[in-house]
Each structure stands twice: as C-alpha cells, then as structure tokens.
Write a protein that binds this ligand. Structure first.
Ligand SMILES: Nc1ncnc2c1ncn2[C@@H]1O[C@H](COP(=O)(O)OP(=O)(O)OP(=O)(O)O)[C@@H](O)[C@H]1O
Ligand SMILES: [Mg+2]
Length: 254
C-alpha cells in the first residue's frame, strides 16, 4: 500500500510546492515509485514539472469525467496528476465529500502501484486541503521562520484534530520543516526555538534538517526542472536530500 503524505499549510508561499517536487523527485531518484498529486488550482507543481497544458487533470477525476489511469502523466522521477484552474470550483463547492480523494487514492491501480503518494495542497483550509488530509497517512508542514508561522500551525492543527475525529483517525504530523532558513540570524534561531516548543505541544517535532534559501530553487522552477537535475550541488538541493532521508527514517520509526 502506498504511503500518502500531504504537504500542507494554509499560509501562502512557504515552500509547499517546492517541497512536494523536491521530495518526490529525490524519492524517485532512489528508485521509489512516486505519484505526485497537484491539488492546488494555481497548478504550480504541474508547471514546475514541465507540463504547461495538461489534457486531463485531477479536476476531471474528482468530477468523475476521467479515470485516474487516463490522467496520470509520466515524468522523469515520478508520475503526476496535474491540476488546472477549474480545480477552484471544487474548492468553492458546498457539495464536495471529504472522502472524494481518499476513494481515488485507494483504487488498486494507484494504491498498489506506488510506494509514496505526495500531495501538494493549496494555501487554504477548504475542500481541497481537507480532502488531501483525509486521504493521507502523514502531513508535513513547511514554515518560514516568521512571527506569523505559529498562528498558521495552530489553525492547521485544529483542522487536523477535526479530521482525526471524523474522517481519518491515523493522520499523523510527520514534522515541521523550516524553509528559506538562515541559521545565522538571531531572530531565526529564536523563532526556531519557539517553534520547537510549540511542536512538542502538538505532538510532533521540527525536522533536524532545515532548508536554506537559494536562487537555484526559483531558477529550477523557471526552467521547469527538478532541483536535483538543475543544481545538484546547491545548498537547498543538499538540504532537500538530507530532509528526504529524515522523512524515510521518521516513517520507518512510526
Ligand atoms: N529554499 C528556497 N530558497 C529560495 N526560494 C525559495 C525556497 N523555497 C521556496 N522558494 C521560493 O518561494 C516561492 C514560494 O514557494 P512555493 O511556491 O513552493 O510555496 P507554496 O507554499 O507552494 O506557495 P502557495 O501557497 O502559493 O502554493 C517560490 O517563488 C519559490 O521559488
Ligand atoms: Mg504551492
């Protein structure tokens, strides 16, 4: 059975899509079978994967207009279910079942075909994030070392508690990932310490690996290439490789 991991935070621009793509491509480079699902109508993960105009998308699957096998695209390190702008209709609809994505992920042609399914979620806690978390075993929360990051985690934690209560008892926060992190500033170090304490309260911890800031991240996205191909020796790439190893260790120890 595939292990399903959502990358989630309702805060915008904190590195969710970057983390989903980096984790997916590094796992793929380790010969793991990986499916990435783009659940954000901004379709940033789809674009960064080199797909400009997908024929079929997750919107078609969620609305029962296409099968998952018709829509899956093969990329170099992973398979991809693309997003499109019409996914925002699913976000806005009042008639979306919370288990819609879970049913798709549990289809044997998906759950048995992959080792890992990684879901990139939008910067909101609406239908799309909710469905992603209901379908997941684990959630990884990227945060920037900012004073607002704590509030974001509190809100997300409330949603996770709700999901655990009603739809997915076993959902587990695998960890909090500090991104665009500069360990040399005192403010960053102070915020990291506060976040560490808060993480304990919500029964998780911060990943030992933090992701440094680097222009290679934005350049790789512009070039529509995975970081490991665009800049294997850059600091963010090395950090994401260490982070992926930590993810595998944490999953093994759960
Ligand atoms: N380690 C990094 N170093 C430098 N820039 C980064 C890093 N991580 C992410 N970025 C940049 O920050 C911006 C936001 O990243 P990303 O799109 O991954 O965030 P997001 O949380 O998915 O955003 P959204 O909430 O809009 O979906 C992008 O321009 C990306 O290139
Ligand atoms: Mg994104």
């Amino acid at each position: 059975m595939a292990i399903v991991i959502s990358i989630a935070s309702q805060k915008g621009g904190v590195g969710k899509s970057t983390t989903a793509l980096a984790l997916g491509s590094i796992l793929g480079s380790k010969n793991k079978k990986v499916l990435l699902i783009d659940m954000d109508s901004q379709a940033n993960l789809t674009y960064s994967s080199g797909v400009d105009k997908p024929d079929k998308t997750i919107t078609d699957i969620l609305s029962d207009e296409s099968s998952s096998s018709e829509a899956i695209i093969k990329c170099k390190y992973y398979d991809l279910l693309c997003a499109d702008k019409y996914l925002s209709n699913v976000e806005m609809s009042s008639e979306v079942e919370p288990t819609l994505l879970k049913k798709i992920v549990l289809q044997p042609n998906i759950s048995k075909a992959y080792d890992y399914i990684i879901i990139d979620t939008p910067p909101s806690l609406g239908n799309l994030s909710y469905n992603s978390l209901v379908a997941s075993n684990f959630v990884i929360v990227p945060v920037e070392a900012s004073v607002f990051s704590m509030q974001g985690i509190i809100q997300l934690h409330d949603t996770i508690l709700n999901i655990k209560k009603y739809h997915n008892k076993t959902l587990n926060i695998l960890g909090i990932l500090l991104v665009k992190y500069n360990k040399r500033t005192i403010l960053s170090r102070n915020i990291k310490e506060t976040l560490c304490n808060y993480a304990k309260v919500i029964n998780t911890s911060i990943f030992d690996t933090t992701i440094r800031q680097g222009i290679s991240v934005t350049e790789a996205q512009y070039q529509q290439q995975p970081l490991i191909d665009y800049a294997i020796k850059s600091k963010p790439t090395l950090d994401y490789i260490n982070f992926t190893n930590e993810v595998l260790e944490r999953i093994e120890n759960k």
